[in-house]
Design a protein around this ligand. Structure first.
Ligand code: GLU
Length: 302
């Protein structure tokens, strides 16, 4: 119920959403240099941390590398005109950076780096990135390799099809159909193992959407929050269908065993939920797609 109402609006709301996101895209594709998102959180200049912690190291280095996505409108997206990153995940990342005493508006202090789904665990483990914030579902399998703070948002898997396709209404209709999703995502596993689809893997959802548009696949599947953003960019061509058929808890991925950093991130998420910055972040990104800010999920300090 929560998922359906909060994340997957009914048809009318989807149409409003499409218009809203299209408008957002239109505004931010010109010479608008804003992030297209909410007010940048205030940098915590008084931030101080126990020596030797990841927080202390990042603060003294004066820079953090944040792995994210760059092609998921509303969630994590790089504006081609300004080069800036925007979306709900980006806002969450900025909140984290500002609590470390780093300025999210300074690209030297806060560097966003595109990391595709299949590389997330490796990049966290090798230290190529300091943290991963990019539609990253917390799963038991991934927890064996990395740790997670959060969840800070819950969405669920849905389907994106051509606007004139009435043959696919939900996952039960996928048997034998060509369904594109991303290598290393939870989405591709689910359609293959649970629904007998014929999976077509690519590295990014943009490539999948291109496959759908050119008729090479029958559907694209991933989190509703992501698909809604793509549908809104091509409202005459594409539509999101059916209810959510999975639960995706978005977390922040960090090196396994870094308990201090994980506590700091969990405190930061909870703090943002309490002081209203979480809601501001949501309203200025996914909220613009007509999605009403849900009650944030409870942080899991496992
Ligand atoms: N949230 C899902 C996952 O972590 C799908 C989206 C993605 O690939 O980033 O696998």
């Amino acid at each position: 119920m929560f998922l359906r109402r909060a994340v997957f609006p009914r048809r009318a709301a989807v149409l409003v959403a499409a218009a809203a996101l299209t408008a957002t895209a239109a505004c931010s594709s010109g010479d608008d240099t804003s992030t297209g998102s909410g007010d940048t959180p205030k940098v915590d200049t008084s931030a101080s941390f126990k020596a030797g912690t990841t927080m202390a190291k990042l603060k003294s280095k004066g820079t953090i590398v944040i792995g994210t996505k760059k092609d998921q409108p509303g969630v994590a997206f790089q504006n081609a005109a300004s080069g800036k990153f925007e979306g709900f995940d980006i806002e969450m990342a900025k909140i984290v950076a500002s609590k470390l005493g780093l300025d999210p508006n300074d690209p030297k202090q806060v560097q966003f780096k595109e990391v595709v789904s299949k590389n997330r665990e490796t990049f966290v483990r090798t230290g190529t990135i300091d943290i991963m914030i990019g539609s990253y579902s917390i799963t038991d399998k991934r927890k064996k390799l990395v740790d997670f703070a959060g969840p800070y948002y819950v969405t669920g898997q849905q389907l994106l099809v051509k606007k004139d396709d009435d043959s696919i209404k939900g996952p039960e209709d996928l048997k034998g159909k060509k369904v594109c999703s991303v290598t290393g995502s939870t989405s591709i596993d689910t359609v293959e193992t649970k629904y007998g689809a014929n999976p077509v893997p690519f590295d990014t959802y943009t490539e999948c959407v291109d496959q759908l548009k050119n008729g090479s696949v029958d559907a694209v599947t991933t989190d509703g929050a992501i698909l809604l953003g793509f549908a809104s960019k091509s409202p005459d061509e594409l539509k999101v269908v059916g209810d959510a058929f999975s639960t995706e808890n978005y977390g922040m991925g960090l090196k396994k065993g870094d308990a201090d950093f994980r506590s700091f991130l969990n405190d930061t998420i909870e703090g943002a939920e309490k002081d209203g910055t979480w809601k501001t972040a949501f309203d200025s990104t996914l909220g613009k797609a007509g999605v009403k800010a849900p009650k944030p999920p409870k942080v899991d300090r496992y």
